[in-house]
Design a protein around this ligand. Structure first.
Ligand code: HEC
Ligand code: HEC
Length: 333
């Protein structure tokens, strides 16, 4: 399940730091190109469609008791996550997994920590109906939206439909999500030739990331993910089967999706269970070689990184950040 990656000309110029990538066949770390995005029906999203999706994303009408919208758990101010290890559903129940960030998902074709959703369109209808999340049956959602004249007009303008459908709701939300793009970070400026865009520490961190730290073995390509699943060896409470619950393959027990790392600085705490509070602790965890849980990936081993190398790695991860301003739209009546 590897997405296609076009080698931008720039990639050829930066092979110097990717000899490791070449040897093991990792995809080069490059700036994402919008030409490679996974689209619905190969159609580019219009601004009107994106705006409509954004409005839905922030509308409490999408939850049974009008208390939650998508941004409750995917808050742009908190790196499109919620700042909690695991958040709460609209009825106040505790969630089982960490709310993931939503940056650069337009390039992906596996969604959720266990990869059970193949498209952004299908994913979007999941949390609305999920009893543990927004808890709103689709017929009720459509009754609510169709009762709002402002929405009927917006959906008609964008999709030329008189009655709002679930399909159109999913498409609009997906269009907004595809517009959440991180492609001009200090790292991207560095790749484009501005050697002063990244600190010396971050530059050394890049070398650790693709070399001794072995991070790029899984976090590769334009969005720092191999779109695959690995078990990082979280011990202790091992009830979450992860990918194995979807595929039935026991060897994937406790394996979760490799998350992309763009803007990762903003969405602490980390991992599918939110069990690691900071980037420093994430690096420390990898450096120890995990905690030895059952089914740990063979790739996870003690790294013997020095203190400085660990700091450099964190500096590199922070060079993948770019501020994105989302203006909360006016919700129609
Ligand atoms: C109550 C909190 C909550 C709400 C509300 C919520 N989500 Fe999520 N979202 C989560 C959690 C938790 C996961 C991960 C669940 C899993 O992997 O099983 C997730 C996963 C996702 C993913 C997959 C990301 C990835 O990297 O695979 C997307 C996309 C997403 N949500 C979009 C939305 C949209 C769109 C809405 C509104 C329609 C929404 N979410 C509402 C908590 C929430
Ligand atoms: C074997 C593949 C693999 C390797 C090697 C690897 N990662 Fe990961 N990384 C993952 C997976 C899978 C997850 C999610 C695991 C989970 O939640 O159970 C993850 C999660 C993360 C997260 C948290 C992301 C989030 O949204 O919560 C960060 C940060 C991270 N890795 C950085 C690194 C760094 C830095 C290195 C090198 C020291 C590295 N990774 C090496 C596969 C890998």
């Amino acid at each position: 399940m590897k997405r296609k990656t076009t080698l931008a000309p720039i990639a050829a110029a930066i092979v110097f730091s990717f000899s490791v990538s070449t040897v093991y066949g990792f995809e080069p770390l490059v700036t994402p190109s919008v030409d490679d995005m996974v689209l619905y029906d190969d159609e580019e999203n219009t601004q009107a469609e994106i705006d409509l999706g954004k409005t839905l994303f922030f509308d409490n009408r999408l939850s049974s008791n009008h208390k939650q919208n998508c941004a409750t758990c995917h808050d742009p101010e908190k790196g499109f996550s919620d700042g909690m290890a695991t958040g709460f559903g609209t009825e106040g129940n505790k969630l089982e997994r960490n709310s993931p960030q939503l940056y650069n998902l337009g390039w992906s074709s596996i969604f959720m920590w266990d990869g059970r959703e193949p498209t952004l369109e299908s994913q979007a209808l999941g949390p609305i109906q999920a009893a543990g999340e927004m808890n709103l049956p689709i017929p009720e959602l459509l009754t609510r939206l169709n009762a709002v004249e402002g929405y009927r007009k917006l959906f008609k303008d964008v999709y030329e439909i008189d009655e709002i459908t679930a399909d159109a709701v999913g498409r609009a939300i997906a269009a907004f999500e595809r517009s959440i793009i991180v492609d001009n970070t200090p790292f991207d400026q560095f790749l484009a030739g501005d050697k002063s865009a990244m600190s010396e520490s971050a530059q050394r961190g890049l070398a650790v990331f693709s070399g001794k730290g072995n991070c790029a073995q899984c976090h590769d390509g334009a969005n720092f993910t191999d779109d695959s699943f690995h078990n990082l060896g979280f011990g202790g409470d091992n009830h979450d089967k992860g990918r194995a619950a979807i595929t039935g393959d026991v060897s994937q027990t406790g394996a979760f999706k490799t998350p992309g790392l763009r803007n990762i600085e903003f969405s602490a705490p980390y991992m599918h269970d939110g069990s690691i509070a900071t980037l420093e602790s994430v690096v420390d965890y990898y450096n120890r070689g995990g905690s030895g849980g059952e089914h740990t990936s063979d790739i996870i081993k003690p790294l013997q990184l020095t203190q400085v190398e660990q700091q450099d790695l964190v500096a590199f991860l922070k060079s993948l950040s770019q501020d994105i301003t989302i203006t909360v739209p006016k919700i129609p009546n």
